[in-house]
Design a protein around this ligand. Structure first.
Ligand code: PHE
Length: 456
């Protein structure tokens, strides 16, 4: 027997649905991945390719996940089991629970560094920083066997507290408060960066249009990025949409989230690169950009320390709201399928994340304590990242597209996608089915082969 739907928590309004889902999409990816990949792979031309990837893969998979979640109002594994009982389809959900763990192992480690840098910025540590001290600061953080793990635990404590409060009082309340604040902080950073002399060079790096740079690998990079950015392919969106209100039009929610996430990425790029170029630094990606270049260039500006606090605060918000959605995947599973209380589910998930996350913390650099242990040439940190982002997410996305395109009941899907809001979207549903059956799987098979190195 299905449980009465009323016994399960839901978000309280369409606005809450929007902010929570956006909170999942907006994360560290917007700050250290997106701007750099855009600048380095053809600028405006890359944006166009990324946009097409969102339209042809990102949005269709997101809508599919929304259908699965809201229709069943179950966790990632239970949802597939309800739609296709006693089949192997539920293992899409099992893979998702596994992937959310893997991502959290390294994501919580980086989030720990972000919190630590926010603390340092608040203490004024970066006021007289030079390139050498910026490097040695970060170098000593990465190889330190104790401090990063303590910060990782602080991160997990914060995330756990919010999750224990529940869907409405925890996730909804926090994302509704913090997402608008994130926009405000990023716009303040933008205004300062864009008024620096020489800012235009940074904008040029980001927005120049170079179609010559768009190779096959670049297209596949854009596709992979769309996946990680929009939290797709691993049950996060299935889990969140199981809390959606009945009235949301799933197409428009997906479009709004993807568009707002793109806006955050561009605003982040517009805060970072003008500053980087104004001070004659080289643009880079990943930890180097976030933890060395940014403290260095921001500290050189007027009001630099205040801006650094703003920047690391907004990065902490982005990381935290993304982690809520990652950890909610196992929490919903454990509490609904394994009979644990919500509190116990959060506790078990967090302990597992801290235990394995310690392995990531201790292998973040080749000179870290466990940095020498490698599998297929990768330490734990890189391995967790590689297996989750390059293998499980595209594979999960492909299977979700096949599930919704071929296995699930078409009338049932139509019903869930129609009749909400004021949209008469019959043509959209036909288009959706065409894309999810033919285009999305074909493109995903390409990404998948590429990420395994078969196509490159
Ligand atoms: N979308 C998040 C980011 O850009 C990461 C994420 C991936 C979150 C998968 C949830 C699930 O940082």
């Amino acid at each position: 027997m299905q449980e009465p739907k009323a016994s399960r928590e839901k978000f309280s309004s369409g606005l809450a649905v929007f902010f929570a889902t956006l909170g999942s999409a907006v994360g560290l990816g917007n700050i250290w991945k997106f701007p750099y990949l855009t600048g380095n792979n053809g600028g405006g031309a890359f944006l166009l390719v990324y946009f097409l990837c969102i339209l042809l893969v990102g949005l269709p998979v997101m809508v599919s996940e929304f259908y699965i979640g809201r229709k069943t109002r179950k966790n990632a594994i239970g949802a597939f089991e309800q739609l296709k009982p006693k089949t192997a389809w539920k293992h899409i959900g099992s893979m998702g629970v596994f992937a959310s763990g893997l991502i959290m192992f390294f994501y919580s480690c980086v989030a720990g560094w972000v919190y630590f840098y926010l603390f340092k910025a608040l203490m004024g540590t970066f006021s007289n920083i030079t390139l050498e001290t910026a490097k040695s600061h970060f170098g000593s953080v990465v190889v330190n066997p104790v401090t990063p793990i303590l910060w990782q635990m602080i991160v997990m404590t914060v995330v756990s507290f919010i999750l224990i409060m529940g869907v409405q009082k925890g996730i909804e309340k926090i994302t509704k408060t913090l997402m608008p604040l994130l926009f405000l902080l990023i716009i303040i950073c933008d205004i300062r960066a864009l008024t620096l002399p020489g800012a235009s060079e940074g904008l040029n790096f980001l927005f120049h249009v170079d179609f010559g740079a768009v190779t096959g690998t670049v297209i596949l990079t854009a596709l992979g990025l769309a996946f990680f950015k929009l939290s797709l392919g691993m049950g996060t969106m299935v889990t969140y949409s199981s809390y959606f209100t009945e009235g949301d039009n799933l197409f428009s929610t997906a479009a709004k989230v993807a568009f707002a996430d793109l806006a955050v990425s561009m605003l982040a790029g517009m805060a970072v690169f003008p500053a980087v170029f104004a001070f004659g630094m080289e643009p880079s990606a990943g930890p180097g950009l976030l933890f060395m270049t940014i403290p260095l260039v921001f500290s050189k500006m007027l009001f630099g320390n205040v801006l650094l606090v703003a920047f690391f605060f907004l990065s902490s918000i982005a990381a935290t709201t993304a982690m809520l959605s990652l950890v909610e995947v196992p929490v919903a599973y454990l509490s609904e399928e394994r009979g644990l209380s919500r509190k116990a589910s959060v506790f078990v998930s967090s302990v597992v994340i801290v235990l394995f996350g310690t392995l990531a913390s201790l292998s973040a650099d080749s000179s870290s304590l466990l940095g020498g242990i490698t599998f297929f040439g990768k330490g734990f940190f890189d391995l967790f990242d590689f297996i989750s982002s390059n293998i499980i997410l595209p594979l999960g996305g492909l299977l979700i597209a096949l599930f919704v395109g071929y296995a699930a009941n078409k009338d049932d899907i139509k019903q869930e996608l129609m009749n909400r809001g004021h949209l008469n979207n019959g043509w959209m549903i036909d288009l959706f089915f065409f894309i999810i059956r033919y285009i999305t799987p074909a493109l995903l098979i390409l990404v998948f082969l590429n990420s395994l190195g078969i196509l490159s």
